[in-house]
Design a protein around this ligand. Structure first.
Ligand code: SF4
Ligand code: SF4
Length: 199
């Protein structure tokens, strides 16, 4: 796990969409949000959780590994950048490779877009936009020690199982202390192209 990173605490998410709005206001996304809310049981529950890039560490960034254009840079500190606009050809290989359903393709622009951990902010010690506006702390930015100082006894997970494959990530999830399971079972990715679910 990276030193300072995002910790996602689904139990605190109230679905207010403040994170989505804040992300949309970021200059580098041109009005589009790179974070989205997933609903765990649509139709029966309002339970929601924010989804950001998990910045996969092992295997390192499957999205970048499959990119035929070398458009996705992984920085020395483990941040997986969104696609370089001058290289991306919009082939969507990265969309299919991501186990968490994170990258989206803008078909008009032939461009992949995804969360880059607000690298323009975090590289200078500032928290990502989403974490600065989350009213409940469902998105926490800091070190594990800082998280535990605020929330004693909290359990976090950074390993997720997709069938036989375990993915270790730079972003971590807060998991219920009495239901810790290692690794955390990964869910089905939600795959959208220009807002349309194409599973
Ligand atoms: S859509 Fe762009 S970033 Fe994704 S694999 Fe294709 S060229 Fe690479
Ligand atoms: S979560 Fe998806 S988009 Fe983020 S680094 Fe992993 S494979 Fe790439």
């Amino acid at each position: 796990m990276m030193g300072r990173t995002i910790f996602i605490d689904p139990g605190r998410c109230i679905g207010c969409q403040a994170c989505v709005s804040a992300c949309r206001e970021c200059d580098s996304h041109r009005g589009k949000s790179m974070i989205h809310l997933d609903y765990t049981e649509p139709g029966t529950s309002v339970a929601s959780l924010p989804t950001v890039c998990m910045h996969c560490e092992d295997p390192v960034a499957p999205c970048a590994e499959v990119c035929p254009a070398d458009a996705i840079l992984v920085t020395a500190d483990g941040v997986v950048q969104q696609a370089d606009t001058s290289r991306c050809i919009g082939c969507a290989n990265c969309v299919n490779a991501c186990p968490f359903g994170v990258p989206k393709i803008d078909l008009q622009a032939k461009l992949q877009m995804k969360c880059n951990l607000c690298y323009d902010r975090t590289a200078y010690g500032l928290a990502p936009m989403c974490a600065t506006v989350c009213p409940t702390g469902a998105l926490f930015y800091g070190t594990l020690e800082e998280l535990r100082a605020e929330r004693p006894g909290v359990q976090v997970a950074d390993s997720f199982a997709f069938g036989d494959v375990v993915v270790s990530t730079g972003v971590a999830m807060v998991v219920p202390a009495d239901k810790v399971e290692w690794p955390v079972p990964g869910g089905l990715p939600v795959v959208e192209i220009n807002g349309v679910d194409v599973r």
